[in-house]
Design a protein around this ligand. Structure first.
Ligand SMILES: *[C@@H]1O[C@H](CO)[C@@H](O)[C@H](O)[C@H]1NC(C)=O
Ligand SMILES: *[C@@H]1O[C@H](CO)[C@@H](O)[C@H](O)[C@H]1NC(C)=O
Length: 216
């Protein structure tokens, strides 16, 4: 009985540690990603010699181009751009929005996100697992938080461009954009899965799929 209780508390403890933290903790000062290494690990193996440039990135200084379908652009500043972030558990991004632009509903499986509005105004929101929308209008200088794993979006309903700096509790938060995930996966998600899931006909599903087909 006592052993069972101990095992149970250990299980809870491990489960709490696993869910209570972001990326795994550091075992050394730095582990700058060695993209050239063929060794597969959780994250990246460490480079032998490091420089300041491994920790540097100037790519968020300028607005990204928003002349695309959604009228928004995410410029990532994650471990893929800043190899020094490997094992450090944080990253950033800049998101630019044209007037009317949308960062469509998506989730980050590995991180909570905070956005700080640089300019303009955004209507944002996340949706809980009980399908409650938590909406907010945010403007320059303000912050909003999107909890880890929950579906969220940002929409610029203003007349001028908007921009945010986003912070993530992961070196590589990962993004699953709901529309693209379901309607642009390769190989495709079967039509009969999507017709049943969305309670529409095959024509409607194929129409949406065609909108996600990359233009050649
Ligand atoms: C790292 O630096 C040392 C000393 O300068 C050098 O001998 C070694 O070849 C370097 N390693 C790599 C992978 O560049
Ligand atoms: C967006 O604008 C840039 C710069 O003006 C241009 O080079 C690019 O082709 C445009 N992209 C689209 C999809 O229109």
């Amino acid at each position: 009985m006592a052993a069972k209780v101990a095992l149970l508390s250990l299980t809870f403890c491990v489960a709490f540690l696993a869910t209570g933290s972001a990326d795994p903790d550091l075992l050394q000062d730095v582990c700058v990603a060695d993209f050239a290494s063929g060794v597969k690990v959780n994250g990246f193996t460490c480079k032998e010699n490091i420089t300041a440039d491994d920790f540097f990135f100037a790519g968020l200084a300028k607005p990204g181009l928003t002349n695309n379908t959604f009228g928004s652009l995410v410029t990532a500043a994650n471990v893929q751009k800043i190899p020094g972030l490997n094992t450090l558990g944080v990253s950033m991004a800049r998101i630019d929005y044209a007037p009317g632009g949308l960062n469509p509903p998506h989730t980050h499986p590995r991180a909570t996100e905070m956005v700080f509005v640089l300019e303009g105004q955004l209507d944002v929101g996340f949706i809980t697992t009980t399908n409650v929308l938590i909406p907010k209008t945010i403007k320059a200088g303000e912050i909003f938080t999107f909890p880890k794993g929950l579906v969220h979006f940002q929409k610029n309903n203003g007349q001028v461009p908007a921009a945010v700096i986003a912070a993530f509790g992961s070196q590589l938060a990962g993004t699953q954009s709901i529309g693209a995930t379901l309607f642009a996966a390769q190989p495709p998600v079967p039509d009969n899965v999507l017709t049943k899931a969305f309670q529409v006909g095959t024509k409607e599903v194929q129409k949406i799929k065609s909108r996600f087909t990359p233009k050649k």
